[in-house]
Design a protein around this ligand. Structure first.
Ligand SMILES: [Zn+2]
Length: 386
């Protein structure tokens, strides 16, 4: 922020210096206005808002100072002083000699001001107006409209404009976002028991982003509700191909589905394959549980062996639990204390982490509550997680 204000101050000084040289005759116009020095003074005293105010006052709006006024308006918005930003931008729009290109630039900034102020109707009207003109700013306008509709949770409109934008930029991050918009609609349909429509929307999401874990998990949930367990298994297994980090959250559902279709050996095979390619605490524990049904000793040996390769607190807790069942007297007492400690340690640890901003929590959010990115919150891996 300080850097930008300093830059604006330098640029303003330079423009005024240039004007002075080029029109030495008109001394009243060429003199550096006192507001400029007032601005510098505020800047030196770290009073950034007052400095921007003074710089705005010091510069007449003309073609030379247009960019500076635009930058100063943006600075006000970034500092949260939306009313001042709107004033600066509306002042620019009122210039009689403004070119159509400049006018659109200002309108875009004004739309951002309105969005920051929560005046979404006004922002939408302004943006739709610019979008209709099909100018060089089309990608920026459409991106702002997608942001606006996403904020309003108007998913149909966000998808419609998002697709137009995708045709222009083909950005993978946008495709990922659009897939989540389709999932939002699908989740709503599923909640209203409109299974067929929900499945179609999850498919739309996958058409946009074939690695959309949320769409496969959503479709699996619809199939489970319809008791179509084999179809659900197919969807849940798809998650392992889409993003290995999410496998742990599918294990519980897969276990239930396989049990319904008497397919325990298929479940074991899936777990073994996952353990080979991307081991996680949940997969290892599920495998140990399957083994312990036939042979408890072998399950324990298996768990110890796996913990050496892939140590996790969750795994140690399970091992202590196994030992507890066989321990007697004093050893049992000590193991119980140890189990309680490990249990508290695992229960108090956050389970999900945003790979984008580092936000962590106990719940899986498809949209990070902190950085607002889609699909970046994933199960935590490593010693304290999976
Ligand atoms: Zn985040």
């Amino acid at each position: 922020m300080l850097f930008i204000v300093l830059f604006v101050a330098l640029l303003a000084g330079w423009i005024m210096g240039r004007r002075k040289n080029s029109s030495a005759v008109d001394k009243s116009k060429s003199a550096v206005p006192p507001d400029y020095f007032r601005g510098l003074n505020h800047l030196l005293n770290n009073q950034h808002s007052e400095a921007i105010d003074a710089f705005v006052d010091s510069l007449q709006v003309n073609s030379e100072t247009f960019d500076i006024h635009l930058t100063l308006g943006n600075l006000f918005r970034k500092k949260g002083e939306i009313e001042k930003a709107i004033n600066v931008h509306q002042n620019l729009l009122a210039r009689p000699e403004i070119t159509p290109r400049e006018m659109r630039l200002v309108q875009l900034e004004l739309a951002s001001d309105f969005m920051s102020a929560g005046l979404l109707d006004r922002a939408e009207r302004l943006l739709l107006n610019i979008a209709a003109k099909q100018t060089e700013f089309q990608p920026t306008v459409l991106a702002l409209l997608v942001d606006l509709y996403e904020f309003e949770q108007s998913w149909d409109q966000a998808i419609q404009i998002g697709h137009q934008l995708y045709q222009l930029n083909k950005k993978q991050t946008l495709a990922k976002r659009l897939a989540h918009f389709h999932c939002e609609i699908a989740d709503e349909k599923h909640a209203k028991n409109k299974s067929k429509e929900a499945l179609q929307d999850y498919q739309n999401a996958l058409d946009m982003d074939e690695k959309c874990v949320r769409a496969s998990m959503g479709a699996a949930n619809v199939f489970i509700a319809q008791k179509r367990y084999r179809d659900a298994i197919k969807e849940l297994k798809q998650v392992a191909n889409q993003d290995k980090d999410f496998v742990p959250i599918t294990v519980g559902l897969l276990r239930d589905c396989y049990e319904k279709v008497w397919g325990n050996s298929g479940f074991t095979k899936f777990l073994q394959e996952q353990n080979r390619t991307s081991p996680s605490a949940t997969v290892i524990l599920a495998l140990a549980q399957r083994l312990s049904k036939d042979n408890k000793d072998y399950a324990e040996i298996f768990l110890i062996d796996q913990l050496r390769k892939h140590p996790t607190i969750k795994g140690f807790r399970e091992l202590v639990q196994m030992q507890l069942n066989e321990a007697t007297d004093e050893a049992k007492e000590h193991l119980e204390v140890l189990y309680e400690l490990l249990d508290q340690l695992t229960e108090n640890k956050h389970k999900y982490l945003c790979r984008q901003c580092g936000f962590s929590g106990f719940q899986l959010h498809w949209k990070c509550p902190s950085c607002k990115s889609w699909g970046t919150v994933k199960p935590i891996h490593g010693l304290e997680g999976e």
